[in-house]
Design a protein around this ligand. Structure first.
Ligand code: COA
Length: 259
């Protein structure tokens, strides 16, 4: 696969995907969106990929938002299509069947913050800054920010962030539950790897089913619970379930096969 704007390495099931446009602080051009879409579509069923760390190139920025150059002269129809395209790409990431962790190494602004929100978890360096500055440009978040931010940090705080456009520090992002862990910059990648490795040591089918069940938490609770029960049933049909229970009862470490 030819990817013009991403650098991808895969090691022992763990893919590190780096958005690589440091000269624009990794702004999301049309090409970046196409590359993300193509790679995540491919990786969803690639047996070599068990989980993903998504980050930005350079010491300064995760992603500083949509590429503002694209906005010049954009009309209403084009704007709607622009938002729909971004939403589709980010929904593909949110629905990715294996864990995706945003490794936020600097600015996560606008579409960059929305990209992090579409990942299943977020970790950040203590130099990271989060914000939805769209109102400064006379627009609104269009890649899911008005929908995912309230679901993650609550409506009141999300409303303040999208209305003021203010940036918050990594420590504040941790305080409000926007990021799961904050690390010193030099420890960020190792911390993210350790978190993902711990997850990848579990039964892979159970991980996929769990992600799907958590996604259903946006449904009304009765439907979410029905979904959870159906997925629980599916987990009981796996070989790894037999192995996990046998290993526990036999006081040994489970040897999961992903079946
Ligand atoms: N789109 C396109 N280019 C961007 C960009 C974006 N979202 N964000 C930064 N860049 C470019 C700058 O134009 C600059 O390019 P240049 O060197 O050719 O002039 C380069 O990246 C470095 O950015 P600069 O602004 O010089 O760095 P800074 O340290 O002074 O400020 C930010 C950093 C992140 C505060 C500032 O770049 C910024 O506010 N970016 C826009 C953030 C934003 O509004 N995103 C939401 C878009 S909806």
């Amino acid at each position: 696969m030819t990817l013009q704007t991403l650098k991808v390495t895969v090691d022992d099931g763990m893919a590190v995907v780096v958005i690589d446009r440091p000269e624009t602080l990794n702004a999301l051009s049309r090409q970046v969106m196409d590359d993300l879409d193509a790679w995540f579509a491919w990786a969803a069923s690639a047996p070599s990929v068990h989980g993903v760390l998504l980050t930005g190139a350079g010491p300064k920025s995760f992603v500083a938002g949509a590429d503002i150059k694209q906005f010049k002269g954009m009309g209403p129809e084009e704007g709607k299509a622009f938002a729909e395209r971004g939403q589709a790409v980010f929904s593909r990431i949110e629905r990715f069947p294996k864990p995706v962790i945003a490794v936020v190494n600097g600015f996560a602004l606008g579409g960059g913050s929305e990209l992090a929100l579409a990942c299943h978890m977020r970790v950040a360096s203590n130099t990271a800054r989060f914000g939805q500055p769209e109102v400064n440009l006379g627009i609104i978040p269009g890649y899911g920010g008005t929908q995912r931010l309230p679901r993650i940090v609550g409506k009141g705080l999300a409303t303040e962030l999208v209305l003021t456009g203010d940036m918050i520090t990594a420590d504040r992002a941790y305080e409000i539950g926007l990021v799961n862990h904050v690390f010193a910059p030099e420890d960020l990648m190792d911390g993210a790897r350790k978190l993902l490795r711990g997850i990848l040591n579990k039964a892979p089918r159970a991980i996929t089913l769990t992600l799907e069940a958590v996604f259903a938490s946006d449904l009304p609770i009765e439907r979410g619970l029905q979904h959870e029960a159906a997925l629980f049933g599916q987990a009981c049909a796996t070989e790894d379930f037999d192995e996990g229970v046998d290993a526990f009862l036999g006081r040994r470490t489970a040897d999961f096969k992903g079946r």
